[in-house]
Ligand binder design. Structure first.
Ligand code: MN
Length: 330
């Protein structure tokens, strides 16, 4: 999350019922959202490993495979799309607050717990711990692990460090609050190696990714304060790349001087594009995304648009320029 931290109060008090419910449980299912990112996987695996140190039987599921750059995470090989047989005392959703986001229709568990920093409309769960001001779900799980009395070992520390590190954009976003650095300090003390994590996460791109980026940048479009990068099916084919190679392309569009909103359009069908928008702060791109049925945060949001690339580009540009105009006229 990249939102403004002006009113952030970081008193991260872990709900005692959450701690007690996990202590009392025997069999736990941990799940997170589709297209899992570093925070989703790091939080899910960090919690899984910590609960196992307490003697719990824990399974971790995700409908989508673990992206290549996160396969070094301790326990990553255990993340499976298959829901294990039998019942679970507790189902814990991490980094998402509703079953729909997991991609499953239903997941087993006598009690449903949520640990998340996204605000959602649907209120799944018997016990929800949702802190929209938290830097990451990883920082929340870090505090939970401490409250559970589990000593932070190297494997848990690496998982939670990846969660915190990736969700703060490598400690660049304003969500990098003092408590995030304090938590990171303890993780590094426990054995998380910053460069090892950086190398896996940010310095291990495929060759195809850069070839694809080259093609996309070649056709980048700029309209005053908006830059648009697009990837089409023929670009994937020409470079042998996949959608997994497009991570952070939207941030690159935003990274240009004078650009307020960077947009990345990724073709997902003959006449359909997934749009990712990144704002430097003046424009609330979550509100823009809502205009075409999407959503997200103030500075990072997206959704799906139907049409040719030219049509989609015109639609989203108009929506962002309206938002920029609204801002300027205020
Ligand atoms: Mn997150």
């Amino acid at each position: 999350m990249l939102s403004s931290g002006a009113s952030r109060v970081m008193m991260m008090k872990v709900p005692p019922e959450l701690v007690q419910t996990l202590r009392d449980s025997r069999r736990v299912l941990v799940a997170t959202h589709i297209n899992p990112d570093g925070d989703a996987l790091g939080s899910a695996l960090g919690l899984t490993l910590a609960l196992r140190r307490m003697g719990k039987e824990v399974a971790v599921v995700d409908r989508d495979p673990v992206p290549r750059i996160y396969r070094f995470l301790p326990g990553a090989e255990e993340v499976s799309p298959e829901i294990p047989e039998g019942d679970f005392d507790v189902l814990v959703l991490v980094d998402c607050g509703e079953i729909e986001r997991t991609g499953y229709e239903t997941l087993p568990g006598q009690r449903g717990l949520v640990i998340d920093h996204h605000l959602t409309e649907r209120n799944f769960g018997d016990l929800r711990w949702v802190l929209s001001t938290a830097s990451s779900t990883g920082e929340m799980v870090f505090n939970l692990v401490k409250a559970l009395g589990v000593p932070l070992d190297r494997d848990v520390a690496v998982c939670l460090y990846v969660a915190l590190f990736t969700d703060t954009g490598g400690f660049r976003y304003s969500s990098s609050c003092p408590s995030a650095y304090r938590a990171a300090a303890e993780m590094v003390e426990a054995g998380a190696e910053p460069w090892e994590v950086t190398e896996h996460v940010y310095e291990s791109h495929s060759f195809q990714r850069l070839a694809l980026l080259g093609k996309a940048l070649d056709r980048m479009v700029r309209h005053e304060h908006v830059a648009i990068i697009a990837v089409t099916d023929d670009m994937y084919q020409a470079t042998g790349s996949t959608s997994e190679d497009t991570e952070n392309f939207a941030n690159m569009a935003r990274s240009i001087e004078g650009i307020e909103v960077g947009i990345f359009l990724r073709q997902i069908g003959p006449n359909a594009f997934k749009a990712s928008m990144r704002s430097k702060g003046r424009v609330n791109v979550a509100a823009v995304a809502e205009r075409f049925g999407g959503g997200g945060h103030h500075n990072a949001a997206g959704g799906i648009l139907q049409g040719t690339l030219e049509e989609v580009r015109a639609t989203i540009l108009k929506a962002v320029e309206d938002a920029l105009g609204n801002h300027q006229s205020r």
